[in-house]
Design a protein around this ligand. Structure first.
Ligand code: MN
Length: 285
């Protein structure tokens, strides 16, 4: 199943070019009182939501997918985990740059993972805001994993059991000497969507082709089979350092071909099984 959030936080079931409004499926979610659990409420109850959404599809109002404004499928991630250099060819382009723009040359074995601010998360329909136009701001297409079941110290073999689904992602990045937690956590710098695709529709996450263009010009063209730390390894590694919560988002790293964008650009991305989307770039208002 493909689930999206759209317009003013409505819930949609996506089939082909149609979005079925199944917002009423959220009525099965438990009501909360303070302090709320550390989890995204919808993802924590995803199985029940999916079942309810299937029932509600018949008779639901439909929209063409291009008619709606797509938000992040995860509304309230407790954290956004991300992989630094995780493709050899991206490492090679960073090294070839000679320190002019790139500051990360080693892999996860050296750096470990890093965190992005949950407040940086937006959907594909919300677009990217360039806050500092005099700094180089790059696109990074990445496979995104959404954690469905929480846990810690998860083994490689059990890792995929935790997955609620997959999305496409843009890990927007300012190049420069500042800490990654600053350069990658600006508002709109974690673009996630266009919808959540459940694992049964994806199969092996370590064999997905991805393409990114800017204004139609090719930039990134790669496959998750070339991940240095594959999806299972990333989940296992992350879970040995952080307790994973339902709705946590994991950016798996970007392949070669990263480059700058500026206001007015349109970033188009596609990943096998996950869909395609156009993401607009604008100046900060
Ligand atoms: Mn990245």
């Amino acid at each position: 199943m493909k689930l999206c959030r759209f317009n003013d936080a409505r819930l949609g079931l996506v089939e082909g070019d149609l979005v079925y409004d199944v917002t009423d499926a959220t009525r099965i979610l438990p009501s909360l009182s303070w302090p709320v659990p550390a989890a995204d409420l919808l993802i924590a109850n995803l199985d029940a939501v999916v079942q309810e959404a299937s029932t509600l599809k018949q008779g639901a109002t439909t929209y063409h997918v291009r008619q709606v404004r797509l938000l992040s499928p995860v509304a309230n991630p407790t954290k956004v985990i991300a992989a630094p250099v995780n493709y050899l060819k991206h490492q090679a382009e960073a090294i070839a740059d000679g320190g002019k723009n790139f500051s990360d040359f080693e892999t996860i074995d050296t750096y470990g993972l890093f965190l992005k601010a949950p407040s940086s998360v937006v959907g594909m329909g919300e677009g990217v805001e360039i806050k500092f136009p005099y700094k180089r701001t790059d696109h990074e297409i990445e496979l995104v994993v959404v954690i469905g079941k929480g846990g810690r110290d998860i083994s490689h073999d059990a890792a995929l059991d935790l997955v609620a689904g997959y999305c496409m992602g843009l890990d927007m990045t300012i190049r420069g000497p500042e800490d990654r937690s600053l350069r990658k956590s600006l508002d709109t710098f974690s673009v996630v969507g266009p919808w959540l695709v459940t694992p049964d529709e994806v199969g092996d996450p370590n064999s997905l082709a991805m393409v990114l263009t800017v204004n139609g010009a090719p930039r990134q063209d790669a496959n998750t089979r070339d991940l240095i730390f594959n999806v299972q390894n990333l989940i296992s590694y992350a879970s040995r350092h952080y307790t994973l919560n339902p709705g946590d988002i994991l950016f798996t790293g970007t392949p070669e071909g990263v480059g700058p964008v500026e206001p007015g650009d349109v970033i188009s991305i596609s990943i096998d099984k996950l869909g395609l989307a156009d993401v607009g770039v604008r100046a900060a208002g």
